[in-house]
Structures are given as C-alpha cells and as structure tokens.
Design a protein around this ligand. Sequence first.
Ligand code: HEC
Length: 118
Amino acid sequence: MIPMRLMTKSRLSRKKMFSLKVFLVVLMCAWLIACGQSSTESKPAAVKIVDPASAGGKLLKKYCSDCHAPPAATVHVAKEWPNVIYRMQERRRMKGYVLMAGDDVDVLVEYMQQHAQR
Ligand code: HEC
C-alpha cells in the first residue's frame, strides 16, 4: 500500500505537470502564430491606383489585391517589374489562386513600367 500522504503529493504534482504542459503548448502556439506573420516579408502599403480606369489599372486591382494592398508602381524601377510580377504569379500558384492570364501579365507589366520609379 502506498501511504496516503505520498499519493496526494504525486497527484498534486501530476496536476502541476499538466498545467505546465498546457502552458508550454499555448506558448508554442503563440510563437508559431507570430512566426506565421513573418516579419521578414515586407508587403506593400496601401496606395491610390494610378489611372484606375486603364486596362493596367484594372488588372492591378484585380490580381494584386488578394494578399496585400496593390502596390504603387513607383516602388520599383521599370526593369525590376517583370520579375516582381512573375514572383507574384508564383505566389498565386502557391496559394491555389487563379493564375493571371499571359496577356494580362504583359499589360500589367507594361502598366507598372510606365508608372515605375524613374
Ligand atoms: C498570392 C498572394 C499574392 C498576390 C496575389 C500578390 N502578392 Fe505581392 N506579395 C505577396 C507576398 C507574400 C509578399 C511578401 C514576400 C515577397 O516579397 O515575395 C508580396 C510582396 C510584394 C511586394 C513587395 C516586395 C517587392 O518585391 O517589392 C510588391 C511590390 C508586390 N508584392 C507586388 C505585387 C503585385 C504587382 C501583384 C499583382 C500582380 C501582387 N503583388 C500580388 C503575395 C502576393
């Protein structure tokens, strides 16, 4: 027979262990959530779309608003835009979004280059 005093003691510490585990799980979740909102990824800030009625302006709104605010064309110089837009196409693919049509990519690249940083 285990003495009553020891039993209560072990039951108590088991309770303490449980709270400690719960605490650790909560801590890990918080940490994982914080990592999910990766601070190293910088997404564009909201700006007004230049010439919103143009074909390019419409495509910018259509294809570039799903994950962040549509960026200002001036955040890149013209020669950088194609690569950024191809990378965003990959991001669409990764998220399972409908891909941008080839013609739309061309129009959008041209629009971004036209309004790019000089
Ligand atoms: C499927 C989600 C998604 C869509 C749609 C999307 N982006 Fe992004 N974008 C991201 C993520 C994630 C980041 C941050 C990581 C990175 O830069 O790749 C980002 C960052 C950016 C940046 C800042 C980084 C840089 O290279 O200057 C620009 C500019 C940008 N996106 C432009 C666009 C444009 C233009 C479109 C539309 C063609 C677009 N994005 C559509 C997910 C997306």
